[in-house]
Design a protein around this ligand. Sequence first.
Ligand code: TYD
Length: 139
Amino acid sequence: MNIIRNKMIDLKVLGDGRGNLIPIESGHDINFDIKRVYYLFGMQDGVVRGLHAHKKLKQLLVVTSGSCKVVLDNGLDKQEYVLSSPEKGLLIGPNTWREMSQFSQDCVVMVLASEHYDEGDYIRNYGDFLEYIADKTNG
Ligand code: TYD
């Protein structure tokens, strides 16, 4: 059902004596065109973000600083990831409920997204998400 499989990927690090650089290019490093970039920072202790799914959107999450926990849920199984390296990216396909928590004070989450912002693409209620998945699965 997911067009891309949720998975952690290793990003290509170009480093030299001056430091590191990671390029992320559509079609080379990720298999969708990037239409939007946003980033999250300044999360308070105990905050949980996400708590939604998308119908079409594909995303790559990169924690460029600090760390956080991400739980991905396809309606059947949940997978937990700890993102704590700017050298890793978490690919998230459509039809995936996500919850982000345990943000370190210095956490910055950069998100590369396949579509412009569209509130109509969100499913923000978990019961609605399970129904949406069940409808898709049943036909
Ligand atoms: P939301 O997606 O709920 O944040 P999170 O999943 O990280 O908790 O977005 C928070 C608010 O920001 C919401 O009012 C929608 C708005 N928003 C935009 O205007 N543009 C965007 O690209 C994004 C991601 C959110």
